[in-house]
Structures are given as C-alpha cells and as structure tokens.
Design a protein around this ligand. Structure first.
Ligand code: NAD
Length: 542
C-alpha cells in the first residue's frame, strides 16, 4: 500500500448528559445493574494469555464494603519478568508495522468506547472508583477517546516533522520506538490515565508492561479488554496487577527497561527515580522517565473577583470526585472583603451537597477510595478540629460504616503555613487562608512559595492588571494555570496537562511532547551522488 495517510482530524468526544429520559442513562443503569450483580475474576494478561497466580485480593466498591465486584490475581517478580520478555518479543514485529496500522487499532478502540463499550467502562469506573455518571463520563469515556484520537493525530504530526535536505542529499528522520519496554504505572483516580500511560507508548511502537493501581483494577481490566477487542496484538501491552515493589524491582532491574510512564504520588515517583539511578549502568539505553505526580492546587482571589464565580469554583474544584483529582483545589487565598461576602453562602452550599452512593444519580459526592485514604484525610480534619489555629467552617463529618464517606469540608487556617495549606490531602477538603485586602502582592509570593508542588492553580480577578501580575509572579507555580475558572477539568488537545517542580516532569499528557518521549529518532543521510575523491577544491594550486 502506498500513500501519505492522514488520521481523521480529532475532535473532543462530546460529553453525554445522562439526564432523565436519555438513552445513555438507561444503558448505563442497565450496565451498572449487571456489573454489580456479577463477581468477576481478574487475571493477569501476559503475551495475550490469562494468568491466574492464585494469590488474590478482593475488589470492593468504596461506597459499599459489602459489594464484592471481583477477585483479582496478583503478579510478582516472576510474572513481571515474563511480561517483559513478551513485551520485548512482541515489539520486534509491532515496531515494524506501518504506523497507520497501529493507529487504526487505537482509533478503533476510541470508536468502540464511543459506542458499544461506553456503558461498560463507565459502569466499571463508577462501581470500582466511586465516581458519579458525569465524573466517569469525562474520564472513562471522553478522555480515553480523546487520548487515542489526539494521540494518533500527534503521532502523525511528529512523524511528519522531517529535516531539510541540501542538493545531492536526502535527509530523513526515522522515529524509532524506544528499544526495550516501557513500564507504565497508573494511579487509582482516573481510568483514562491507565489507558494513556500504557496506550500511547504502544501506539508509537513500544512494548509495554502495565501495572495498574490495585484500587482501579476493575476499570483497568476492562480497558485492557477494550484494547484487545480493538485488535492490539498479544504481548504489546501486558496487564500485570500485583505487588508494586516486586513488579517494580523486576522492571527497573531489567536491562531492557527503556522508559517509565508514571502517574501517582511524588514520593513513589521519587523512589522509582532513585532505583533507576542506582541501576543506571546496567541498562541498554538511558531510560526516559516521565512522571506526573502530586499537587497542592490553589485558588487565589483578588478583591475585585466575582464572588459567585469564586464560590462555584471552590465547590466544583475542591469537591468533585471527592477532591481526589491531582488538579483539585485544596488551598484558597481569599481577601477579607470577599470572605465576608461569600462565607455563609459557601458554607451553606457545601453543607447542602448530596453525599452518597454514585448509583443514586441524585448524589454529587461519593466515597473516597479506600481505608488508607479515609484514615489519612480524616486525620487532617480531626487535627484541624482540635487546633486553635484552624476552624472547620463546613463539613468535618465522616463515617466508614457502609463505605468511606467524608462530607465536603472547608477548613479556615489562621496561618498560611498550617499543614492543611501546605500538604496534599487528596480528599474533599479545602483549606482557606483569609488575607487582608491590602496584601495582594505579599499573598502572590505566599502562593508561590508555600508548596513544593506546581501542578494547577487559578486566579480570580475582574482587574486585568492583577491577572497579569498573577501570571507573572506565579509563572512557575502551576503547569496548568486558570483565569477566572476552577483549576480542574483539563481537556486533551485543549489544555495539555502536567506540572513542574515536585509535581512532575511536565511532559504534558495528551500532547506531541509526550509522544516524542517514547521515540528515539534516527537521522538518515543518503548521498545521492557520493564523492569519489578525497581532495577539496581549496587544495588546488593558485
Ligand atoms: P500512588 O503513588 O499511591 O500509586 C500510584 C501507582 O504507584 C500505583 O500503581 C501503585 O500501585 C504504585 N506504587 C505504590 N507504591 C509503590 C512502590 N513502592 N513501588 C512501585 N510502585 C508503587 O498514587 P495513587 O494514590 O494511586 O494516586 C494519587 C496520587 O497521584 C496523588 O498524589 C495525585 O496527585 C497523583 N496524580 C497525579 C496526576 C498528575 O497528572 N500530576 C494525575 C493523577 C494522580
């Protein structure tokens, strides 16, 4: 087959509403009913073969301890080594495919997800990660579809970038996938992140060992099955849930380790980076390390800000998906005049948010992911409650009787260095510091210097010169910066996502820059008419 093919121009997948009476709502409810009534077995999948290790853990719904959704087999070092051997072997053929053929598989996966698989992935995400229909739709349906469609488009753009050629010479760039395998390690909070971490290196020709999060293994498994259904050859992506340290030690200890595609906490990423450093002399190539990690995302309001807009940004930005988005607003800096204007409404609105089972579509906030998260988040609330330097303004109540429920909570911290203003809490908790109206410049510096992270941040102001000051002073304080908007909800192709400082390598998920990380270009020079004598003209006699 000959031709320069172009993938269909990508457009963001429309978000379905799930409003009463819509067909998508009926289909989703049916899928939820079906899935909550079946307890499946989740195997590892290595080289296309299902592996049952017999070492298992139960998968429960975070909002309903009594609901057992699956039994998951766990892998260790031995399974990781088998997965690596399969990834390396499968890559030999996979890397030689025309890139359009590889892209076609991911475009097909996107199309299946847009149609017949949509309810299945949404239901798995709602049940396994306690998301409501909307939060699941923007993650497990739309964002995965966008990652794959835009991924194919960005790959095309990268491959099209070719060098100039002088007379008599033809220069080309061969975009080779990394030699070896990519280790993809995904977090619990977005189904789409697992699909992206494993899928994008595979799209450009790498073999992948994918270790999903234990707390998102149900949706992870269905994502793997989607890729299989779309025609991904066996062994290109190997699905290996299991013991994180053992799998990681085997992956990072392999000579063929070529890249890490990680999203999760800063602490874990730093520990992986250290292991890579210790093993550096043993690898075939210098591995690419891409990691998107924690955040302490801010909302900063100027006295000129619109109070309703700030209140809504806090409620949506801090509490949607229980604040378990890396981009969730978790510290706010509000001028005293604005605080006086919005405090009561903000507290009342927060108190009114419906909390409960995501299968009851009237709810807005659901359970946090697991016992460890519940204990850690409620620890912050309990300490703030007992601290004269802080005040719980709304929420502050929690229960783990049926599921891990924590009411959306606003803490007013009387000191900008309070732990709730500095540390990533990763739950439905926002800490507010009220500053004197006259101290805008000082507060800008405070926002910049308070946290080691730099993921997302938002400034609210009706005064353009203050917006400009914030853009300038906070230039390195956030990789995704919002003006008069909440700091969550980045869309692939529109706001490429990632942060700097301790928040990650900022390789921007869903962008051409990320694609380039999984490629090792080869420059090819072809001399069309080669020289046949060594002498240069300057050597001639005058
Ligand atoms: P986590 O760090 O606990 O886990 C992430 C992954 O690392 C999981 O697959 C886990 O099994 C694995 N892991 C855990 N311990 C390990 C170890 N010792 N060795 C090897 N692997 C190990 O993170 P999480 O709780 O799943 O996710 C929440 C974190 O992820 C938050 O810090 C959040 O900010 C961050 N996050 C960041 C982004 C971003 O784009 N910047 C996006 C989503 C989540």
């Amino acid at each position: 087959m000959s031709g320069f093919f172009r993938v269909p121009p990508p457009i963001n997948e429309p978000v379905l509403s799930y409003a009463p009476g819509t067909p998508e709502r009926a289909e989703l409810k049916a899928a939820l009913e079906r899935m909550r009534g079946e307890e499946i077995e989740i195997p590892l999948v290595i080289g296309g073969r299902e592996i049952r290790t017999g070492v298992t853990h139960p998968v429960h719904a975070p909002h309903d301890h009594g609901l057992r959704l699956a039994t998951c087999h766990e892998g260790g070092a031995e399974e990781a080594r088998r997965a690596i051997a399969n990834a390396v072997e499968a890559q030999r053929e996979w890397a030689s495919w025309r890139w359009e053929d590889r892209a076609a598989i991911f475009l097909k996966a996107a199309e299946l997800l847009s149609t017949t698989w949509r309810a299945r992935l949404n239901a798995a995400t709602m049940l396994g990660q306690s998301k409501n229909a909307y939060q699941s739709e923007i993650d497990a349906a739309c964002e995965i579809i966008d990652f794959f469609r835009f991924g194919a488009h960005f790959a095309e753009r990268v491959f099209t970038e070719q060098p100039v050629s002088e007379k008599g010479v033809w220069n080309r760039t061969d975009y080779r996938p990394l030699e070896g395998f990519v280790y993809a390690v995904s977090p619990f909070n977005f189904t789409a992140i697992g699909a992206n971490l494993a899928g994008i290196p595979a799209l450009v020709g790498c073999g992948v060992l994918w270790k999903p999060s234990r707390s998102a293994v149900l949706s992870g498994y269905h994502t793997y099955k989607l890729l299989e259904e779309a025609g991904l050859p066996p062994g290109v992506v190997n699905f290996v849930p299991g013991n994180p340290s053992a799998i990681t030690a085997a992956a990072l200890g392999s000579r063929d380790f070529a890249g890490l595609h990680f999203t999760g906490s800063t602490e874990v990423f730093q520990s992986l980076w250290r292991q890579v450093g210790n093993n550096i002399a043993s690898y075939r190539s210098y591995p690419r390390l891409v990691g998107e990690t924690g955040g302490k995302d801010f909302i900063l309001a100027h006295p000129s800000a619109d109070g309703d807009a700030v209140r809504t940004a806090i409620v949506r930005g801090a509490f949607e998906y229980q604040g378990q988005k890396c981009s969730a607003a978790s510290r706010a800096y509000l001028p005293a005049s604005l605080w006086r204007r919005i405090r009561d409404d903000l507290a009342a609105e927060t108190e009114s948010l419906p909390v409960g089972d995501p299968l009851d579509f009237r709810n807005f906030v659901h359970a946090v992911i697991d016992r460890r998260a519940f204990d850690s988040i409620t620890g912050y609330i309990a300490r703030a409650d007992a601290d004269p330097n802080a005040e719980v303004v709304a929420g502050g109540r929690y229960s783990d009787a049926d599921g891990f429920f924590i009411r959306p909570t606003i803490i007013r911290a009387h000191s900008p260095g309070h732990e709730t203003m500095c540390e990533e809490i990763f739950g439905p908790v926002i800490s507010v510091f009220v500053y004197p109206d006259a101290e805008w410049e000082r507060t800008l510096r405070l926002v910049d210097e308070t946290s080691p992270y730099a993921l997302t941040g938002a400034v609210f102001s009706q005064d353009r010169s203050r917006v400009r000051e914030a853009l300038d002073t906070l230039r390195n304080a956030a990789g995704n910066f919002y003006i008069n908007d909440k700091p969550t909800g980045a869309v692939v192709g529109q706001q490429p996502f990632g942060g700097g400082r301790a928040s990650g390598t900022n390789d921007k998920a869903g962008s051409a820059a990320n694609i380039a990380r999984w490629l090792s270009p080869r420059s090819i020079k072809e001399n069309l008419v080669p020289a046949t004598r060594y002498e240069y003209p300057y050597m001639g006699e005058a």
